[in-house]
Design a protein around this ligand. Structure first.
Ligand code: SF4
Ligand code: FES
Length: 213
């Protein structure tokens, strides 16, 4: 797996690509093919091929956070969302869009986190769910919860040793189609792949001997 990190600066925006975060969802190359050129050797990002606002909008569609940017023309940088959301991917990872504080890492906004247990770069998804036979609905039953008085603010996510992802902060867990599953200020999400109540941890990680830093 590539660990390449590229930053390409254009006149209005500098685009950064972190290869180890990419899950190949292709929002970039499908969103603006002239800017993000798939299947080429060497340079593949050309920020000046579209207005900076357009490049920024496409970058924000990158679910994994592999693509980030900084404006060099005085335009606004990406801001945390008005509502922190964790969305389930059918048979795939957790897609987070939040004012995310993941472990000791700098604040970030978009990330895809492993929930199959097989990723080689936990807590991030590396696409292993595609080959590990992971099966998990994107439309599980909802839990009873009340609307949050504040839906934003820092969302702390900590991968507990050999256990679940521990979330603290205002967050809405939603299904693949956006249906509310839980509104909460604290929860534990399964990352071993074995819970019978996915996406929530039910303690199965101990039974299956899950190992995860
Ligand atoms: S949108 Fe992001 S995750 Fe998807 S292919 Fe492009 S860089 Fe990778
Ligand atoms: S992490 Fe999967 S059941 Fe706890």
């Amino acid at each position: 797996m590539s660990t390449r990190v590229d930053e390409v600066a254009g006149a209005g925006i500098a685009v950064r690509f972190d290869a180890k975060r990419c899950i190949h969802a292709r929002a970039c190359v499908l969103g603006r093919p002239g800017v993000f050129r798939g299947g080429v050797d060497g340079q593949w990002i050309f920020p000046d091929e579209a207005p900076a606002e357009t490049v920024a909008a496409v970058a924000q569609q990158c679910p994994s956070g592999a693509i980030t940017y900084r404006r060099v023309d005085g335009g606004p940088d990406e801001a945390p969302p008005a509502a922190n959301v964790v969305r389930l991917r059918e048979n795939g990872p957790l897609a987070v869009v939040a004012d995310l504080r993941l472990g000791d890492e700098p604040a970030q906004i978009r990330a895809t986190l492993c929930r199959c247990g097989a990723s080689q770069r936990k807590p991030y998804c590396d696409g292993s769910h595609l080959t590990s036979g992971f099966v998990a609905t994107g439309e599980p039953p909802a839990r009873t919860s009340s609307p949050l008085s504040d839906r934003s603010g820092p969302l702390q996510v900590r991968a507990s040793a050999n256990g679940p992802l521990m979330l603290e902060g205002n967050v809405e867990v939603v299904s693949g189609t956006g249906r509310t599953l839980l509104r909460t200020q604290a929860c534990a999400l399964c990352r071993c792949g074995a819970s019978a109540s996915k996406p929530f941890c039910d303690g199965s990680h101990a039974r299956v001997g899950f190992k995860g830093p």
